[in-house]
Design a protein around this ligand. Structure first.
Ligand code: ADP
Ligand code: ASP
Ligand code: MG
Length: 407
């Protein structure tokens, strides 16, 4: 009988200390049987990645990205070895591998590398020997043997990509919440667990800042139709299934609310109002490999206008530099930055057929005296950029206004 393959991923909080690693080892061996091969992806222990990054930032404001990958990838190397040791101690055979050892080949884009192929030969060989395989998440290697990382939260991507490469029956994502909620349960205690959500909605929520899944991992799951089960590593309860569109699943107008405090706003003041200027500005920014989100251009006064846009806080330094270079070339004025912003978004595929969602969002914020700085929309979301100080208040008010606590 052909053995089935299951991929499981345990996040940083699930392996934050020795007792938790022992808990994960127990869960893994309880799943293992002679008909099932397990590939287990782990994140770094607790906040290790943040701590390693902070060390480098004490030495340089802009550490070289290649060296950051050398540094940050060590976090997962520690956790995968510790988990293999813990599993062996329970009497099961196990072996840990780095991303490079299992042939996770990526492009050269350090700190946000893209996976090109996974050969997985060593995993299959270990399965033949009936070993439980532990893989360090979040990392790969280029064709020239340079270590890369896959962007923050990248262990989710390792798990999904491995599930595809190994043709796994299921990919389980174990974390510190028991599923995907209508909003971050740390912000709204009435948030409700969602039983099943589509790839499309989850991708939108993740892209707009729902930390629970890395957006790129959902992109891959969607492309290859790999159903994901997001569940708690501390309980046996069923979690949330992330699946392809399902006819029976009724489209709700608002499925969830997200809040992203990781962006910053840059304003280039007094930009000459001429054709081609916006193209020049954003070409310069994109040359630096910086993703720009919401862009707003004010109505011109005296043939000058202000252009504001948001970038990830991690890219702020680079973006300010690029904006200053292009600003002086085109004869623009001051460059301003604002880190005290948050993006609050409503997401739901039913927005295509329900009207009035944006209006209700704006009036709820107005009723709570919350000023909207920027607005952007997609087919299935509406986002407002507001002050970070009132972001949690906004999420709570919107959750209530759209009655998301009710099933
Ligand atoms: P892991 O370390 O397991 O990868 P993360 O910290 O990356 O876990 O993600 C889990 C956290 O995501 C939860 O603790 C929760 O606070 C947060 N979160 C944000 N939005 C949501 C949501 N809609 N549903 C569930 N959790 C969410
Ligand atoms: N350890 C990495 C991070 O904190 C990757 C991950 O946990 O998924 O972003
Ligand atoms: Mg995560």
């Amino acid at each position: 009988m052909e053995k089935e393959i299951v991929v499981q991923k345990f996040g940083g909080s699930s392996v934050a200390n020795i007792d938790r690693i022992k808990n994960v080892a127990q869960r893994v061996v309880a799943y293992k049987n002679k008909h099932t091969d397990l590939a287990v992806v782990v994140s770094a222990l607790g906040d290790t990645t943040d701590e390693l990054e902070a060390l480098a930032l004490q030495l340089s404001k802009t550490p070289p990205e290649r060296e950051m990958d050398m540094l940050l990838s060590t976090g997962e190397q520690i956790s995968c070895a510790l988990l293999a040791i813990a599993i062996k101690e329970l009497g099961y055979d196990s072996i840990s591998f780095t991303g490079s050892q299992v042939g996770i080949k990526t492009d050269k884009s350090h700190t946000k590398a893209r996976i090109i192929t996974i050969d997985g030969k060593r995993i299959k060989k270990a399965f033949k020997d009936d070993k439980i395989v532990i893989v360090a998440g979040y990392q790969g290697v280029t064709r020239n043997d340079e270590i890369t990382t896959l962007g923050r939260g990248g262990s989710d991507l390792t798990a999904v990509a491995l599930a595809q490469a190994l043709k796994a029956r299921v990919c389980e994502i174990y974390t510190d919440v028991d599923g995907i909620y209508t909003t971050d349960p740390r912000i709204v205690k009435e948030a409700r667990k969602i039983k099943s959500i589509t790839f499309e909605e989850m991708l939108e929520m993740a892209s707009l800042g729902a930390q629970v899944m890395q957006a790129r991992s959902i992109e891959v799951a969607k492309r290859f139709n790999i159903p994901l089960h997001v569940r708690s590593s501390f309980s046996k309860e069923e979690g949330t299934m992330i699946v392809k569109e399902n006819e029976k699943m009724e489209e709700v107008a608002v499925r969830g609310i997200t809040c992203n405090k990781n962006e910053a706003k840059i304003t280039i003041c007094s930009v000459p109002d001429k054709p081609g200027i916006a193209a020049k500005i954003f070409e310069e920014i994109s040359k630096q490999d910086i993703n720009v989100d919401t862009i707003v251009q004010n109505v011109p006064h005296d043939k000058l206008s202000d252009i504001s846009f948001t970038v990830l806080k991690g890219d702020l330094h680079k973006a300010i530099k690029a904006a200053s270079v292009i600003g002086s070339k085109i004869g623009a004025g001051e460059i301003l930055e604002d880190k005290n912003i948050a993006r609050v978004s409503l997401v739901g595929s039913g927005m295509r057929s329900h009207s009035g969602i944006a209006a209700r969002m704006f009036s709820t914020l107005a009723d709570n005296q919350i000023n909207i700085g920027m607005i952007s929309t997609s087919e299935i979301s509406v986002s407002c950029i507001i002050s970070q100080d009132v972001a949690d208040k906004a999420v709570k008010a919107l959750h209530k206004a759209f009655k998301l606590e009710q099933p």
